[in-house]
Design a protein around this ligand. Structure first.
Ligand code: CA
Length: 225
């Protein structure tokens, strides 16, 4: 699989170096210099396999995006944070906000490529839910059921990932809202129901004999092996 890497970096010289180094190693690279552009891109499928994120950006703080990602359906997207400052504070804050790795500028492109590879390996080797529910296979943001690749929206993927992580447990609508939508005020219980319904339809289309999502009246949903 050729991994797509999203690079968010406003310094053109650094961006050029990183893009060049990664492409030379066979990665697909999409580069943005603005936080707003990257946010927009991350709302579109397919999601990248990894994000390289600069902290100081012209329209905001890179770590804000990191925090948002960790509260939403892309919470498992591997993130490497780049910072112009090598202060311990930034490093700790970056890792606390959910970055997987951290590089202080100036860094060698070779070092970055090595970190990218290591992180992708880790992400692909350790899908949290791969074996817990038979039939489901997860590779990055691609999920298949009984060998059929599911064409899921990001929210459906977030829901499924959450259910897969704790099969047989009943998840209330509130818990699912919190986990998948974060603190977005516009979402309601009905939002969860709507997305569960479309997710269920896609699972049924892939594997008609299964119906792994169970509704527990008044309580919520669970995923049954
Ligand atoms: Ca910058």
């Amino acid at each position: 699989m050729i991994a797509t890497i999203l690079l968010l970096e406003d310094d053109p010289a650094i961006a050029d170096t990183v893009v060049f180094a990664l492409r030379r190693e066979g990665f697909e690279v999409e580069h943005h210099g603005w936080l707003a552009e990257a946010r927009e891109r991350l709302r579109t499928a397919p999601a990248p396999e990894l994000l390289i994120l600069d902290i100081g950006l012209p329209d905001g703080h890179g770590l804000d995006l990191c925090r948002e990602l960790r509260a939403g359906p892309l919470r498992q997207l591997p993130v490497i944070v780049l910072s112009a400052r090598s202060e311990e504070m930034d490093r700790v804050l970056g890792l606390e906000l959910g970055a997987d790795d951290y590089l202080a500028k100036p860094f060698s492109p070779r070092e970055l490529v090595a970190r990218v590879r290591a992180l992708l390996r880790r992400a692909q080797a350790a899908p949290a839910a791969q074996s817990s529910v038979s039939g489901f296979a997860i590779e990055g943001t691609r999920v298949s059921l009984d060998g059929v690749l599911l064409n899921l929206t990001k929210l459906e993927l977030g829901l499924l990932n959450h259910l897969l992580r704790a099969p047989q447990r009943i998840h209330s609508r509130d818990a699912l809202l919190d986990a998948v939508w974060g603190s977005s005020a516009e979402s309601t219980d009905r939002t969860v129901d709507t997305h569960i319904k479309t997710l269920r339809a896609k699972l049924r289309a892939a594997a008609p004999a299964r119906d792994p999502i169970k509704t527990h009246r008044g309580l919520g949903y669970s995923l049954e092996p």
